[in-house]
Design a protein around this ligand. Structure first.
Ligand SMILES: Cc1ncc(COP(=O)(O)O)c(C=O)c1O
Length: 432
C-alpha cells in the first residue's frame, strides 16, 4: 500500500491561512506542516480532498459515536428540514428529548438544552454560584470545559500545549482554584482552608479526564468528591461532554454509580450535530430564567434539527444499549491489547490508558494519573507516531493531550489495518 500524501490539502491550507488565523477555525485542528482537508465522511472513514481514505479515531473529538453519516439520523433530520429548521418557539420534540434524558441520565430531574459544551459548562457554573451564593470554583489540572475565561487555567486539549492567557482578565480567573486530579488529600485541605471554607460554589470535573490524554479516576476518587461536596454545600458538576452517552447510556454517572448535582452533555448527544444540555437537580435547575434569576439564553437552543438528531441518536442508543456498549468496549479492548503486545514486544516505555470506547498511548513507562504525569511524556515520539499512522491511513487526534475514540461502526478490517499501522509506527519511534 502506498503512503498517503496531502498535496491538495497543502494547496487548500495556503488559501486558508490567508483567511483564518493560523488557517483553522479551532486551534486543535492545526498541526504541522498543515492539516488535511476533508471532503466527506462515512462510517469509520474520512475521505480527504487528496483522495485519501483515513480510518478516523478522532471522530469529531468524540462526537460521532455511531459513526459518520448515520443514515437513520440523517433521514430524520432531512424530514425535519422539510418542516422547518428554526422556530425559536417551543416544540414538542424538545419535551420528548427532555423526557428521554430524565429516563436515561441518573441525575436528570430537569434539563436545559443548549448548543455547545462550553455553553453548558459555563451556565452550570453560573447556576451553582447563584444557588450556593458562593463565588469560588474548583476545576482540575488538565480538565477542559470550553474556551472561556475562568476555566482555561491549566486546561487540557489545545490549551495544554501552551498557556493561553492573553485577553483573559486576571480578575475573571481569580476565583478559579485548580487542583491536581486523583489527589483527594490536596482537595480536602484546600476546601478546609479558612479563606475557602464557605466560598466554594462548585467542583466541575470530567469524571474521566479525556482532554489531557485519557486519565481514569482512581478507586473511590469520584465517591470522595461526591461526599465532600455534599458535606460542604458545594455543587458537584460532572462535565460529561465526552463521557455522556459514550461510557454508558447514562454516562459516567451510570458507569460509576454516582449522582452529581448537575451534569453537562454534548458531543455524542447529537452524534455530530451541535447540541448540548445541562441536566440535574430540580431545585438547582429551577434557578434558570424565566423561573429563576440566572440568565441563560440562546437563539439556536433547542433548534429542531439538532433536537431531532439527538432524539434519534438516543433512540438508537437506548434500543441497542445491550449490544452497542459491550461491543464497542470489546473493539477498543482488542485494539488496546494489541498495542500493549506490540509495546511489550518492542520493549518500549509506553503506557496505554483505556476505558470503554476510549484509549490513549503515552510515551512513558510510569502510570499516567494526572496532568503532571502527562506532561512528562515524550511529545516528539507522539508526534512521530501520529505522522506515521497518518501516512498509513489512520487518523488519531494530533496531540497527546487528546483521547482516541472508537465508534460503534469500526469493524474487524479497520482494527487489523490500525493494529498493523501501530506496529509499523511504533517501530519508527526510537528516541524513548
Ligand atoms: C469535557 C469537555 N467539556 C466541554 C467542552 C467544550 O465543548 P465545545 O467545544 O462544544 O464548546 C469540551 C470540548 O472538547 C470537552 O471535551
Amino acid at each position: 500500500m502506498t503512503d498517503s500524501t496531502f498535496d491538495k490539502s497543502r494547496n487548500l491550507f495556503e488559501r486558508a491561512v490567508k483567511l483564518f488565523p493560523g488557517g483553522v477555525n479551532s486551534p486543535v485542528r492545526y498541526f504541522q506542516p498543515h492539516p488535511f482537508f476533508v471532503e466527506s465522511a462515512n462510517g469509520s472513514k474520512l475521505f480527504t480532498n487528496d483522495g485519501n481514505v483515513l480510518i478516523d479515531y478522532c471522530l469529531g473529538y468524540g462526537s460521532v459515536f455511531l459513526g459518520h453519516g448515520n443514515q437513520e439520523i440523517g433521514s430524520e433530520v432531512k424530514h425535519q428540514i422539510e418542516k422547518g429548521n428554526l422556530f425559536c418557539i417551543p416544540t414538542e420534540k424538545e419535551i420528548e428529548l427532555a423526557e428521554v434524558c430524565t429516563e436515561i441520565i441518573p441525575c436528570a430531574e430537569m434539563v436545559r438544552i443548549m448548543n455547545t459544551g462550553a455553553e453548558a459548562t459555563m451556565h452550570s457554573i453560573r447556576l451553582a454560584r447563584a444557588f450556593t451564593k458562593k463565588t469560588k470554583i474548583i476545576k482540575f489540572e488538565g480538565g477542559y470545559h470550553g474556551a472561556y475565561d475562568y476555566v482555561l487555567n491549566k486546561a487540557g486539549s489545545g490549551a495544554a500545549v501552551q498557556q493561553y492567557a492573553d485577553g483573559i482578565l486576571s480578575e475573571s480567573s481569580a476565583k478559579t482554584i485548580t487542583m491536581p486530579f486523583n489527589n483527594f488529600e490536596a482537595l480536602e485541605s484546600t476546601i478546609k482552608k479558612d479563606e475557602n471554607q464557605n466560598d466554594i460554589a462548585c467542583i466541575i470535573v470530567e469524571p474521566v479526564l479525556a482532554n489531557t490524554g485519557l486519565i481514569l479516576p482512581e478507586k473511590e476518587y469520584l465517591n470522595d468528591l461526591r461526599n465532600i461536596t455534599k458535606e460542604n454545600n458545594i455543587v458537584l458538576i460532572f462535565d460529561e461532554v465526552i463521557t455522556g452517552f459514550r461510557l454508558a447510556l447514562g454516562g459516567a454517572g451510570e458507569f460509576f454509580g454516582i449522582k452529581p448535582d448537575l451534569a453537562t452533555f454534548a458531543k455524542t448527544l447529537g452524534n455530530g450535530f451541535p447540541i448540548s444540555l445541562i441536566a440535574g437537580n430540580k431545585e438547582i435547575m429551577s434557578g434558570f430564567a424565566p423561573s429563576g434569576s440566572v440568565y441563560q439564553a440562546s437563539t439556536f437552543a433547542g433548534n429542531p434539527i439538532s433536537v431531532t438528531a439527538a432524539l434519534k441518536t438516543l433512540d438508537i442508543l437506548t434500543n441497542k444499549k445491550n449490544t452497542i456498549y459491550p461491543n464497542v468496549a470489546r473493539t477498543c479492548d482488542k485494539m488496546v491489547k494489541a498495542i500493549r503486545d506490540i509495546v511489550e514486544g518492542k520493549k518500549l516505555n509506553v503506557t496505554v490508558n483505556s476505558i470503554g470506547s476510549m484509549y490513549q498511548l503515552f510515551f512513558t513507562k510510569n502510570p499516567v494519573r494526572d496532568y503532571a504525569s502527562v506532561k512528562t511524556t515524550d511529545g516528539k515520539s507522539f508526534d512521530r507516531l501520529f505522522r506515521t499512522l497518518l501516512s498509513k491511513g489512520i487518523f488519531i487526534p494530533p496531540s497527546p493531550f487528546e483521547t482516541c475514540f472508537v465508534s460503534t461502526v469500526h469493524n474487524e478490517e479497520d482494527l487489523e489495518k490500525t493494529i498493523d499501522a501501530y506496529e509499523f509506527a511504533l517501530s519508527k519511534v526510537t528516541n524513548i
